[in-house]
Write a protein that binds this ligand. Structure first.
Ligand SMILES: [Fe+2]
Length: 135
């Protein structure tokens, strides 16, 4: 596997959302970089805790953009956010209970979710980038 390289295709054009999505990518890349080392399991916990924190401020920002622009698919998008938040919480719970979650159970899921979510869902918010509120 390899790190996710930020691409212009991931950009929505709303600086705050793009900056936070870049942070999202960096957080997951942090795990990729140590995935095959002896530090992998420690970093799994660190990254999951980091994700809980990140999604706590990032998802509401996106959802606010949608609400303020009366985006018709807001409920579906918020549901996808909620599902991801639950999955991250579940992985973290599993890790606390068993004091171990293999990196292979975490990393492929996080990478594919993030890339497909940004490309298929977040980029739909591009239509709001030209809105007066983001100038
Ligand atoms: Fe999103």
């Amino acid at each position: 596997m390899s790190v996710i390289k930020w691409q212009t295709a991931y950009e929505i054009g709303i600086p705050k959302v793009d900056a936070q999505n870049r942070e999202f990518v960096e957080l997951i890349n942090k795990l990729e970089l140590v995935a095959y080392s002896k530090h992998a399991e420690t970093v799994v916990e660190e990254v999951l805790i980091g994700l809980v924190d990140h999604i706590r401020y990032h998802f509401p920002v996106e959802e606010r953009v949608m609400a303020e622009n009366q985006y018709s698919q807001i409920d579906r998008h918020a549901e996808l956010h909620l599902e991801f938040a639950h999955k991250v919480a579940q992985l973290l719970r599993k890790l606390k209970e068993n004091s171990y979650v293999p990196v292979q159970d975490v990393l492929p899921y996080l990478k594919s979710w993030l890339v497909s979510h940004i490309l298929r869902e977040d980029t739909k918010l591009r239509i709001f980038a030209s809105s007066e509120m983001f100038k």
